[in-house]
Design a protein around this ligand. Sequence first.
Ligand code: OGA
Ligand code: MN
Length: 281
Amino acid sequence: MFEINALSDAVGAEIVGLDLAQPLDDDTFGRVHQAHLDHQVLVFRDQEITPEQHIAFSRRFGDLSGHVYEQFLLSGHPEILKVSNKKTPEGDFVGLNSAGRRWHSDLSYAEIPSLGSLLYALEIPPSGGDTLFNNMYSAYETLPQMTKDRIAGLKAEFLIGSARKYYTENERPALTSEQLASVPSVEHPVVRTHPESGRKALYVNSAHTVRILGIDNAEAEDLLTELTEHSVKPEFVYRHKWQLHDLVFWDNRCCMHIAEPPPEGANRHMHRTTVVGDRPY
Ligand code: OGA
Ligand code: MN
């Protein structure tokens, strides 16, 4: 039996006393699944897991996706994306360094975005390099009724952030033309219904959402800013301070996250699996 301790009023719970190196029986898995729906972000402490065990646990939630940055997939385990600021002797990053420097939901730029991501801390800096998570149900629910009415049924255009010069070449290598062609922009609803909880969540973000469609451009710009600023108010946010061997599993359908850069010279090295979700509606 494991414990579930809420980590903040906003979102997130810590799971203590569960060993993810062991396969979970259906009953235990069911309780983990329900805890994930209830708390949106789960933190599993003190996990000693191999890439195979990380993948096996992730697969219980669905199929796993690769990543457009295929050069950062773990060799022999293409289900794992390396998120790292470490460098090879040649001076290249060994993983995606600037993953998540703006608030976003993983793969919201894809036609079929992600259900959730599982990030496992293999090396952490002595301080800093926190990841912040927000609650997109609360963000939606606390909007003024006028805004809810205004955005009901609206769609937005989404495009991978690296296509749009947010990052310097050093932080994030430019996508090749083949990579870019594999992630054309897509349309998703501004408000989505979570397929398992049935609850409504705001879905636009400041990394991948290009514009809100169907209304005047200037108005669309202001509305996007208003929504993205509202959704990251402190009362909707949990700050995760990493401990070594934490595995954090967040729900990309009802949360956004942002990574703070680690201090200069400190290593931060993570492995991420990404569970495939469904088409937002
Ligand atoms: C990610 C991401 C967050 C982090 O892996 O999806 O945004 O803390 N990274 O590195
Ligand atoms: Mn991310």
